[in-house]
Design a protein around this ligand. Structure first.
Ligand SMILES: [Zn+2]
Length: 614
């Protein structure tokens, strides 16, 4: 090949992916994101210059798409409110009222969404609420739309169990990590938060509530007709959420795929923390959705991002997103079986061009490398088989040694500053992590680490990675904003829980070392609902036995369910309720006080940047 031939090939290779991504799909996504607009909600963020070096241009494109907000018609009788919360609220118009699918994360945003529906489409009763899965952005706003007991609430099997596990048992830590993931404390704009990849934003103050489902969907193929609307369900357990389903509307030729298919690469493990997801099952369920319903589907609408119309477009997205997930799954396992570690697979797995160039497979939410590491975790866990990692020193002890072996923090920082200018951001962040962990009070070290993180954040195509990097940098520079919020699950969730779930959550607040050696039995009786539970403390463990009373308990407490819920939520104190005569007791009250003294309160503002010392 002559020189010109080589140049033409080279130019072709360089520009091909941009041409394929930039010209054709870009138009389609913007057309789809605006299609059916009935009422626009103006985005409040000032426009960002495409040449701004603090924002990745591909991420900026996604941020613009997510900023197209308002009420949209998806197809005959199906509407969506998009852009006012992280997720979409969907409405199906029945014969007499509205069926609401996935009522957002907070009562305020959900109410704003339904008010917009009432204003533009007319006020009608709510005939049912459907939760597609157990993540809070798809149910937390339900009380902004309906009252408890006012309509059927339908969810996939196992919904309540997963809600408790994700949002309550590890809830305090997940909420703290989610504040980084969604850039909750970042100023908005090109040097801070601009988007969340999967959707625009989470409400800054979430008013989360829950109504327990009145009916569960137990298997694929189950059918329901509500208010004249026929629905066929596909149970997709273990996909994006452990309790999860898709809904097909045969009369409307429309398929709701929840979060299984969205206009971004999704995550196999959410960085806020949760149980790792099954990538192979995810791909299988997407393929099954196409097999079951594809030939009768004219539009797919989703839990996040905009719908997609036309058989070919729908097939292309379902097929290529399923294949992206399967590719990451299979290739990670191929490398694992050749001896590569969790860090290696994160570097080595890359999508092939035919999958990578599709905008919906771009890493706005999770990256390919992150998902490869999640596959490693799913199959092998965090341990890499190297005995060095069986029982390593904790971070603070190790950091003190690293810094001392490397000649002290001043020497490390001199070199790190040079390397930062040379573009070695990841390495500088790693080495400065040890310095800041060893010397948390060293301001110059904190600023240098912050700078490395900011440079990483500004380049990121993933909104989530960007938010994490910039949130860490922000707190290193300005400290942690102490949160006023309560440290307990809100009462609007507790009211929906059984005593079993409530005491399961209470048991994880028991301070084991303080409780060690103690034996106690306390009965709780709820006078209006007839519920009762015996608590037995022994071996540093709190056991609960719903429906039982221990005859030889030290103390038996009696109160209404309402007082009980308020005590558990921390909205009132036992002392005040004793004083008001709303709690009565048999036995030794002293024992009850001794018991209550054994529980920790969680700090919602713990540090993510500096590990606790010992
Ligand atoms: Zn979601």
């Amino acid at each position: 090949m002559n020189v010109w031939g080589k140049i033409i090939v080279l130019v072709g290779i360089l520009f091909l992916p941009f041409a394929a991504r930039g010209e054709v799909s870009k138009e389609e996504d913007f057309v789809w994101a605006q299609r059916g607009l009935i009422a626009e909600i103006k985005d409040t963020m000032p426009p960002i210059d495409v040449d701004d070096r603090r924002v990745n241009s591909s991420l900026l494109r996604q941020a613009k798409l997510n900023a197209i907000k308002g009420l949209f018609q998806v197809t005959e009788r199906i509407y969506q409110v998009r852009g006012i919360d992280l997720a979409n609220l969907s409405i199906v118009v029945g014969e007499k009222g509205y069926i609401v699918i996935d009522p957002l994360s907070s009562a305020d945003t959900a109410r704003a969404a339904i008010d917009l529906v009432y204003e533009k489409l007319g006020r009608k009763p709510i005939s049912a609420v459907i939760y597609s899965h157990s993540h809070v952005d798809h149910w937390g706003g339900v009380l902004g739309i309906v009252e408890r007991g006012s309509c059927p609430v339908i969810a996939p099997v196992g919904f309540m169990r997963e809600v408790v596990r994700e949002n309550i048992l590890a809830g305090n830590a997940m909420a703290r990590r989610a504040s980084y993931m969604y850039g909750i404390y970042l100023p908005s704009g090109p040097s801070g938060w601009i988007d969340n990849g999967l959707g625009k934003s989470l409400p800054a103050k979430m008013k989360v509530g829950l109504i327990a489902p009145s009916q569960e969907i137990k298997k694929t193929g189950e059918e329901l007709t509500i208010d004249g609307v026929k629905m066929v369900f596909q149970l997709t357990y273990g996909v994006e959420a452990p309790s999860n389903m898709h809904i097909f509307f045969p009369q409307l030729r429309a398929l709701y795929l929840a979060d299984s298919c969205v206009a971004s690469l999704h995550n196999f493990l959410t960085p806020r923390g949760a149980q790792v997801r099954d990538a192979s099952a995810w791909a299988n369920h997407l393929e099954e959705a196409w097999t079951l319903f594809g030939h009768q589907t004219d539009v797919i609408f989703l839990g996040h991002t905009w719908p997609r119309w036309g058989k070919e477009n729908i097939f292309n997205m379902i097929k290529k997103q399923a294949d992206a997930y399967r590719y990451i799954h299979d290739q990670t396992l191929r490398l694992i079986n050749q001896g590569y570690t969790i860090a290696d697979v994160g570097e080595l797995v890359k999508l092939p061009p035919e999958l990578d160039r599709e905008w919906f497979n771009r890493p706005y939410y999770a990256t390919v490398g992150w998902n490869a590491r999640a596959v490693y975790q799913y199959y092998l866990g965090w341990f890499d088989g190297n005995p060095i990692h069986l029982n390593p020193l904790p971070p603070r002890e190790a950091a003190l040694k690293y810094v001392s072996y490397m000649g002290g923090s001043d020497k490390i920082m001199d070199r790190a500053r040079k390397e930062l200018e040379e573009g070695h951001h990841r390495w500088v962040a790693e080495v400065m992590y040890h310095v800041v962990t060893a010397e948390p009070e060293n301001d110059a070290a904190r600023r240098l680490l912050a700078e490395a993180l900011e440079r990483m954040g500004f380049r990121e195509e993933s909104a989530v990675f960007r938010n994490f990097y910039l949130s860490g940098a922000y707190e290193l520079r300005y400290g942690i904003q102490e949160r006023e919020e309560k440290r307990r699950p809100p009462i609007e969730i507790i009211r929906a829980l059984s005593l079993h779930h409530i005491f399961e959550a209470m048991a994880i607040r028991l301070n084991g070392p303080r409780a060690a050696g103690k034996k106690m039995k306390i009965n709780w009786v709820l006078t209006d609902t007839g519920e009762k539970v015996a608590l037995v403390l022994e071996n540093g463990v709190l056991h609960h036995y719903p429906g039982k009373i221990e005859e030889d308990a030290e103390c038996t407490l009696k109160m209404t369910r309402d007082i009980f819920d308020r005590l558990i939520a921390g909205e009132t104190t036992p002392a005040l309720q004793f004083l008001l005569g709303r709690i009565s007791w048999d036995g030794k009250l002293r024992k009850f006080w001794e018991f209550m003294d054994l529980f920790d309160e969680f700090n919602p503002s713990f540090s993510l940047m500096i590990p606790p010392g010992r």
